[in-house]
Design a protein around this ligand. Structure first.
Ligand SMILES: C[S@@+](CC[C@H](N)C(=O)[O-])C[C@H]1O[C@@H](n2cnc3c(N)ncnc32)[C@H](O)[C@@H]1O
Length: 228
């Protein structure tokens, strides 16, 4: 079922300041289940997740991780691309992990998708290395985002890619709000050590910003000096 975008926008504008916002940060209980249902069906949510996955340009044999995967919309798009690879999704909400598992049940059963109930601040290096990482409308919710992004860089192989997305959902958000969010994310990625940082915008209301970067490629082996 498709959700009528304008009516939902009006409801969220009313509900956000009355406690609704916290549910998007960590959906819990029955209300959290409804929030996940909304995130999984809201047309702008689905569009920005699929767009970000296209920008990340995942290849069939790649290993990919998504942080703050919510109800698993991007996980489904990532798994469709990484058809001979694998996808790991992480979220600190048990309700979201359940929904993501249900949405991606065939790929989970096939062992191509693994969903981990954990906070991003507890990621272990044993999870990696990954070829690419994705985080959609979640980085701003993390404690010390730059430190988390630096840890994430350590989970990526040399040359690995990242895409972080922000579509501001605060009441009254405009294109200027999205541009400011993009500038902040680009600064955080640069501070975390990512290279070739660039921004793409998707024309939604308000626009979604996707900031992409790369981990430095492995340095070529030092040539041996000829002695004679
Ligand atoms: C606004 S939702 C976005 C969900 C999904 N990325 C999407 O675009 O549909 C933010 C998600 O990030 C998760 N999240 C927030 N902070 C987190 C943290 N520190 N560790 C793990 N997940 C987190 C929330 O539980 C929630 O599912």
């Amino acid at each position: 079922m498709k959700i009528e975008e304008r009516a939902l926008g009006r409801f969220l504008k009313w509900w956000g300041p009355r406690g609704g916002l916290a549910q998007f940060h960590r959906p819990t209980g029955t209300v959290g289940h409804v929030v996940g249902w909304i995130m999984g069906r809201r047309s702008s949510n689905v569009a920005r997740n699929r767009w970000a996955v296209r920008l990340l340009d995942v290849q069939p044999t790649e290993r990919v991780i998504e942080l703050g995967c919510g109800p698993g919309v991007a996980i489904a798009a990532l798994a469709a691309r990484a058809s001979r690879g694998s996808v790991v999704g992480v979220d600190h909400s048990a309700v979201m992990i359940r929904q993501a598992r249900h949405r991606n049940r065939a790929a989970v059963r096939a062992g191509r998708v693994r969903l981990v109930h954990a906070p991003v601040e507890n990621l272990s290096l044993r999870e990696g290395p990954f070829d690419a990482a994705l985080a959609v409308n979640t980085v701003g919710m993390w404690p010390d985002p730059t430190a988390r992004l630096r840890e994430l860089a350590g989970l990526l192989r040399p040359g690995g890619r990242i895409a972080v997305v922000s579509q501001p959902r605060c009441p009254g958000a405009t294109a200027a709000t999205s541009a400011a969010a993009a500038t902040e994310l680009a600064g955080q990625l640069t501070d975390a050590g990512f290279e070739h940082v660039r921004t793409e915008m998707l024309d939604l209301d308000p626009p979604a910003a996707c900031v992409l970067g790369r981990v430095a490629p492995a340095s070529p082996a030092t040539p041996t000096t000829a002695t004679r």
